[in-house]
Ligand binder design. Structure first.
Ligand code: URA
Length: 434
């Protein structure tokens, strides 16, 4: 077997067999197959697609390159949650706190920002002192004690995905259903949770543009999860404008805290409650998602979820005083404001453009080696459907590098489309696949 034949076979549109897929994944992970051949195969997969059997074989081969975490010492039905990536998506800490405060143990491994989408681990590191790398005993003991712990992916888990994702990111091969499925599910299945809730996004700020493709992605991930004995649910959600108002790192954590105080944006609150409702249901702390929703709402209203967040921050070495003192977060030294040139309604806000502008302001990495500016990002002042007047504020860009902040502001200004009539409002949670 050799890589040239495998690339050629896929290029000609034939299905690869399990042995060929394993040969590629093992060889690439071990460093025997070079990036240029792996890139060629990824592009062939992107254009010719993989069928279901190939996708399952790819997921299993990727799983086999990582150690399966042993979370058996965690009491209860452990629930994991994963988003396919969006702009302004700060739901992890909100839903983790909601679910944990309702008795569901959440042991989560999260990722860093990628391309125009942010990453939970980068955002969490804006909390002073908070550690995102924990020894496995500490991780397990925190989940048993607090109910929630979130750490970064270790080198031992999902080894193949770590290398492949970085390669896909620079070879324009991220947005393929089979590649996304295998990337997400290979990580989720080795993380040893009993149930998985997936937030599958579609729209211009997601890797899947259309609702139909997001449904196909969700259906495939649910099927693979169930085949591996995990109760898996996919929620298909709209990502055509940034979620909430904040896009960045510390500003997203502040918005997450505000949401747990009951003062969050409508969309973030709705999405978080929906995801938490399903986590509470699959975590067997509610008899139905509807009852899960009731419990999640109660935890939000009675402040239990906010207290859970404080416990979580403290448990991971962070300063829980940030919850009431936002000045403890890293502060920006540069600000640039974006104003409207006309009267009208906000017809759309291109999420991807905002995500890229936030990344360029310093909030994300342009190359893998970049360090990030935790204070950088974009705070919207308007959402789709709002009225706007000429010279009214549309958004503020933050950061610590004047040139980057000003350039990001110019870029972000292009994301706003203003029109004379009120646009139709989109449904945020479009479908649940169980
Ligand atoms: N998130 C992942 O972990 N992998 C993908 O391929 C896309 C989103």
């Amino acid at each position: 077997m050799n890589m040239y034949d495998i690339i050629y076979k896929k290029r000609e549109g034939h299905a690869l067999d399990k042995e060929e897929i394993e040969f590629f994944i093992k060889g690439y992970t071990d460093g025997r197959i070079p990036d240029y051949q792996a890139s060629a195969l990824l592009m062939a997969i992107f254009f010719q697609k993989m069928n279901k059997d190939e996708t399952i074989a790819l997921t299993r081969a990727m799983m086999a390159t990582g150690e399966v975490a042993d979370l058996s010492a965690i009491r209860g039905v452990k629930v994991d949650k994963h988003s396919t990536g969006g702009v302004g998506d700060k739901t992890t800490l909100i839903v983790g706190s909601l679910a944990a405060s309702c008795g569901v143990p959440v042991a989560k491994m999260s990722g860093r920002g990628l391309g125009f989408t942010g990453g939970t681990i980068d955002k969490m590191e804006s909390i002073p002192g908070l550690r995102t790398t924990l020894k496995s005993e500490e991780f397990i003991s925190l989940v048993n004690k607090v109910g929630l712990s979130v750490i970064g992916q270790t080198a031992q888990t999902a080894t193949a995905d770590k290398k492949l994702y970085a390669l896909r990111d620079v070879t324009a091969t991220v947005d393929d259903i089979s590649l996304i499925t295998s990337s997400i599910m290979s990580k989720k299945l080795v993380s040893d949770s009993d149930a998985i809730v997936l937030d599958v996004k579609f729209g211009n700020g997601a890797f899947m543009d259309s609702f139909e493709d997001a449904c196909r992605l969700g259906e495939l991930m649910v099927e693979i999860g169930k085949d591996e004995g995990k109760n898996t649910v996919a929620i298909i959600t709209d990502m055509n404008q940034p979620l909430g108002y904040a896009v960045g790192n510390s500003i997203e954590i502040i918005e997450a805290i505000e949401t747990l105080k009951g003062k969050g944006p409508k969309d973030i609150t709705e999405l978080s409650l929906t995801l938490a409702a399903h986590m509470i249901f699959v975590g067997e702390k509610a008899a139905s998602p509807e009852e899960g929703l009731k419990k999640a709402k109660q935890a939000l209203e009675n402040g239990k979820a906010l207290s859970k967040l404080a416990e979580f921050i403290e448990g991971q070495g962070g300063d829980p005083k940030v919850i009431n003192k936002y000045s403890l977060f890293p502060q920006p030294s540069c600000i640039s404001k974006i104003y409207s040139h006309e009267d009208g309604f906000i017809g759309s806000i291109e999420a991807k453009t905002i995500g890229l502008a936030s990344q360029h302001s310093g909030a994300g990495r342009v190359t893998k080696e970049d360090s990030i500016d935790l204070a950088a990002g974009i705070l919207l002042n308007k959402k789709v459907g709002d009225t706007v007047q000429a010279r009214e504020l549309l958004a503020t860009v933050y950061g610590n590098d004047h040139i980057r902040v000003d350039k990001a502001a110019l870029e972000a200004a292009g994301a706003f489309n203003i029109q004379s009539s009120k646009p139709q409002s989109n449904v945020l949670v479009k479908r649940v696949i169980q």
